[in-house]
Design a protein around this ligand. Structure first.
Ligand code: FAD
Length: 356
């Protein structure tokens, strides 16, 4: 078996004052670009460093926030605790069998760069998830998904640091309790583990998924005749670049709300009043409604409120037009929730993690 190891050795490194910053701005560390401060901020590059932080008495009373790329959170005020930026790097092919490659990536790797690493090697399964911002460590947190694929479809296992026992624990797919933008790490296991690496099981024989969204149209426009992992990845990147606001230009965290799941009877009731309602049937008999459509019908798409707004092309995306406070974006999200509830009797749920 050919093994390609570029996983760095995790040497024991003493924490030092260079890495610990006090009272620093988190503006560069969140894609909303919210300018709040962290009382303490530290970057860890190995599991040993992470363990040291959790053993360090200076921080034992501090509330802690694990930070990846900051692309799925909203700070509503200063963080009066310790922000731990997970910067553990490395990608390793740990195993392969007849059908699959098992690729382990450390939590601090950029998600998109990891996807590109796999695409370039023709490891199949992650191509539809190209160009999602953030880091590998957060990918199982909300079971990231796009263009008909979710992390759970290719997930093998993860390693996480248990903050109480200070040991590394493995979680297989079943133990992660994946759901739609959900996992055990957002619920029962919240704040109890720091994910340190994730292993994906990627196919040797690609099973292409082009049915979702505009992938097929884009492939045609690209002139693709023979499908490939690389072509699908490129098509997804093109679509995303044309549709989604770039956080480097306008602060946002992608979809702010989840698509709500309602009972069939509720959908039928809504259909009478709104025959064009956008919905998808689920295996459990319930129906998922398109939150973007609901928000648009409330007349909120493109709404501008002070320095915040609902994006003009993507009603699911709330934006910071510059120097908005996190609380202002939160208030706008409440306005959206209230409007949808009043018009349709449907409760939207925030997808973005609110950090107080
Ligand atoms: C333009 C744009 C488009 C997006 N498109 C999509 C999309 O198509 N599909 C999708 O699913 N998401 C999408 N997102 C949301 C976001 O990119 C993903 O949720 C991503 O996985 C977040 O990763 P992150 O490293 O930035 O996490 P962060 O924002 O840093 O953290 C998110 C949460 O996870 C926790 N966390 C982070 N790392 C760890 C760790 N190692 N261990 C334990 N907890 C941790 C944090 O404490 C926080 O609660 C989009 C965001 C943007 C800005």
């Amino acid at each position: 078996m050919k093994v390609n190891i570029i996983y760095p050795k995790q040497n024991f490194v003493h924490l030092n004052s260079v890495k610990l910053s006090e009272n620093i701005s988190l503006k560069p560390y969140n894609t909303f670009g919210i300018d709040v401060k962290a009382k303490n901020f530290i970057e860890v590059v190995s599991v040993d460093e992470l363990r040291e932080v959790y053993n360090d008495k200076r921080f034992s009373a501090d509330k802690k926030l694990i930070l990846g790329g900051g692309s799925n959170l909203l700070f509503t005020g200063n963080f009066e605790g310790l922000v731990i930026k997970n910067a553990i790097k490395g990608i390793e092919l740990i195993n392969e069998d007849e059908d699959f490659y098992y690729i382990k990536a450390a939590a601090g790797e950029s998600w998109h760069e990891f996807v590109m690493y796999c695409v370039n090697k023709n490891y199949a399964g992650l191509e539809n998830l190209s160009l999602i911002p953030g880091n590998v460590g957060a990918s199982p947190m909300q079971n990231i998904g796009a263009y008909g694929v979710e992390v759970k479809d290719v997930f093998y296992e993860l390693e996480a640091f248990d903050v109480n026992k200070k040991t590394i624990t493995k979680f297989n797919k079943e133990q992660c309790h994946f759901g739609y933008r959900e996992s055990i790490f957002k619920r029962e296991a919240k704040d109890k583990y720091v994910i340190t690496s994730v292993t994906y099981k990627l196919g040797k024989q690609p099973v292409y998924n082009t049915s979702y969204g505009a992938i097929e149209t884009e492939l045609k426009q690209m002139g693709v005749v023979d499908l490939s992992v690389a072509a699908i990845s490129k098509a997804v990147c093109n679509i995303r670049n044309s549709k989604l606001p770039n956080p480097k230009e306008i602060g946002n965290a992608g979809s702010f709300f989840k698509n709500p799941e309602v009972q069939k009877s509720k959908q039928e009731e809504l259909l009478k009043a709104y025959p064009n309602i956008v919905s998808y049937s689920l295996e459990n008999g319930n129906v998922k409604l398109a939150a973007g459509w609901l928000i648009e019908q409330c007349g909120l798409k493109g709404l501008r409120s002070g320095k915040t707004g609902v994006h003009k092309n993507q009603a699911l995306v709330l934006v910071n037009y510059g120097n908005a406070k996190g609380q202002e974006i939160y208030d706008l999200s409440q306005k959206v929730l209230d409007a949808v509830k009043e018009k349709f009797g449907v409760e939207l749920e925030r997808e973005v993690n609110i950090i107080r």
